[in-house]
Write a protein that binds this ligand. Sequence first.
Ligand code: NI
Length: 182
Amino acid sequence: MLLEVLQFPDARLREKARPIRQEEVDDELRELAANLAETMYDDPGIGLASIQVGVAKRLIVMDVDWTEGERNLRVLLNPEIVHSEGQQVLEEGCLSVPEFTAEVQRAARVVARARSLDWEELEFDATGLEAACFQHEIDHLDGILFLDRISRLKRNLYVQRRKKQIRRGEEPSKADAGSVRI
Ligand code: NI
């Protein structure tokens, strides 16, 4: 089932998601994860956090290179970054921030840990876009958007444009092809 992705400046995107306990992993949570994945692929994007559909739990889905071929879905519970190093700048977009992309500076390499739906401990050593995706999604779980990591000038220009769009009652379009929406 496709879920509605909350759009900036929805206040629910600013909530801090809470950790998931093992006993909370039930059919309902598995269904939520499946729906998140379906929504991510449909949008299309390469990552989606449950807080973006209004569920403030530490659950994300990601699939960094599915547009190039076969799908390799990750469903990650309680993801956290345990090590980061270096710097990189990549162009990012977000399923919750319509019609906008910007260059974002982040760590170039991260080691991330998470639990699977079967409560296995997982560890990832990520660089490049995959590293950016981990950082972007974990930011979502802490109520942080990539807009918070760009210059105030760029952010203000976007916020004004978005407010005007909302005032006019215009539906944002998803057609910003070529950019990576995380
Ligand atoms: Ni995002």
